[in-house]
Design a protein around this ligand. Sequence first.
Ligand code: FES
Length: 563
Amino acid sequence: MKNKRSSQWFQTPGYHGMARRAWLRSEGYPADVFDGKPIVGICNSWSELTNCNLHLRDVAAAVKRGVLAAGGVPLEFPTISLGEMLMLPTTMMFRNLMAMDVEESIRANPLDAVVLLCGCDKTTPAQLMGAASADVPAIVVPGGPMLAGTFKGQRLGSGTDGRKLFDLYRTGKLNDEEWSEVEGCIARTSGHCTVMGTASTMTSLAEALGMTLPGSASIPAPDSRRMANAELSGRAAVEMIEAGRTPARILTREAFENAITVLMALGGSTNAVVHLIAIAGRVGIRLTLDDFDRIARKTPCIANVKPSGDFLMEDLFHAGGVPAVMNRIAGLLHGGCGTVNGKTIGENIAAARPQNDEVIRPLNGALSAEGGIAVLYGNLAPNGAVIKVTAASAALMRHRGRAYVFETRDQMMAEIDRDDLPVDPDTVLVMRNCGPKGAPGFPEWGHIPMPKKLLEKGVTDMVRISDARMSGTSFGTVVLHVSPESAAGGPLAVVQTGDEILLDVAARDLQLMVSPEEIERRLLALTPPPRHYDRGYGRLFLDHVTQAHLGCDFDFLMPEVIK
Ligand code: FES
C-alpha cells in the first residue's frame, strides 16, 4: 500500500500528529481509525436554499456506507451551494466561487479521495472545476432528477412546461386557481429539474467524461437505486486511491470530445458549452467553440427528451440512461477513455442496449441529423454565439428582419407586454447588457418572452438575440452567448432599432447588415456602462471573469498553458 496524502496529517510524529488525531477523535472515532486507513471526503452541496440538492445528506449517508465497507474513513464537509431558483443576480456569478471553495477544501484537508455530491445546474461544473484543479482522486455522485408532476392529465417537465403554461396564464387561458395548481405540482419531489436542462445535461456529461459510475446521471432522486449507486460510488472512491486514478488521468481531450458528442446526442443545454470549456481549461485543455460545431455536425440528436423532444429524464432512465445513449453512438466515441471504475468508457457501455426506441431514437430515426447546438460567427459575434437548434423553429433557421433593441432586461420586462410594442413576427428582438460583466454574472435572461401582442395572435416563436445565457429548460429561436458581450465593447452594443439582422444557421452566420464604416463609427462613440461593483467578490468577478467563448472562468484560475 503506497503512502497516502492523509499521512502528512496523521502520521506526523510529535505534537501536531497527535493533535490532529485527538481533535478528530472528539467526533467519536476510536484510536485505530487514523492509523493509515484511506480518508474519503464527501463534498456536499446540500442546502435548504438549494431545493434540488436537499436529499444529498441521505445520499451522503449511503456514500459513507460504501466507504466504510471498502475499509475507508468517510468525512463529510459542506461547500457553498448554488440554488438556481433563489440566488440573485444568478448562480453563474458564483460558479467560480464554489469551484474555489471545492478546490481549496480538498487541497487544505487530509483527503485521499473525494466524492462530489451535486445536482442543481452550477453545482456539477463547480465541483468538477475545483476537483480538476486539486487533482485528488474524485468521483461524482449526482442527486438525480425529480419525478414528474401531473397537471390536468399532462406530465410536467419542470422549467419547460412551466414556461409554456405561463404563456397560457399571461394570455388569460389559465385562471389564478389553475396557475396555483401548477405551482403546487411542477416540482413535486427532491431532485433537479426533470427535463434535459442544464442540471441533467451536466450530470450526464460528468458521466460521459468518465467521472461517475456508469448509469449514475439519470436515476431519479427518490429511486432506491440512487442510494445503491451512492454506496457503490463510496466503495469506488476507496479503490481509486490505491490506483492513483486522479481527474487528470480521466479528463483527457478525448474524454471532452466524448462529452461534447454526448451533449449533441442528448440535445443538451447551451450552458454546457461554457462549463465544458471551463472544466477542460482547469486541466490545461483548450476547447474552442469550433470543437463544439465540428462535433455537432457529425452527431445526430437521438435523446427524445424535453425541451428538444417529448419525454422526461425518468423516461430516459427507464430506456437505459446515458450508457444506452452512448451505446447507440459508440461509433462516434473514443471508447478507450478511462473512467472512475478503472474500466474504459467503451467497456462500461458495451452491454447497455437502449430499451425504448421512442425515447432513445435509432440513428436512422434521429430527432435531427446534426447535434443540438450550432455555433454562429459574424460581425455581430466576432468571437462566436450559440443557438440550440433542436429547441428552435425550422422556419426561422434562415431569417432576415429588423431589430427591436432593449438596452437592458429591465426595459424588456417593462415593455414586452405592451399592446403598442412596435414588433411583428419578422422582428428580431435584441437585448444587451446581459453578459458576464454587463448583467452582471451572465444570467439566464436570453429567453426573452414572446411579446404578448404576438402570442395573442398565435405567434409562438421569433428570433431573439442577446449576450445572456438561457436556461437549459427553455426553447425557441434564441441566439445566446454573443461574444464579446456588449458591456465589453462588442458590436451588440451598437445595434439600433430598425437595423437589419441576418441569421443563417446552415451557414453559421450572424450579421448586422450595416456597413463596416458605420459600425466602426458607432463603436468609437460608445460609452462603457458603469461597473456594477467596487468591492468584494463582485469586484473580483468583474476584474477577472473571461468572456463566454473562453468559459467564464477567472483568468487567474486557468493554467498558463491555455491563457
Ligand atoms: Fe435546480 Fe432546475 S432549479 S436543476
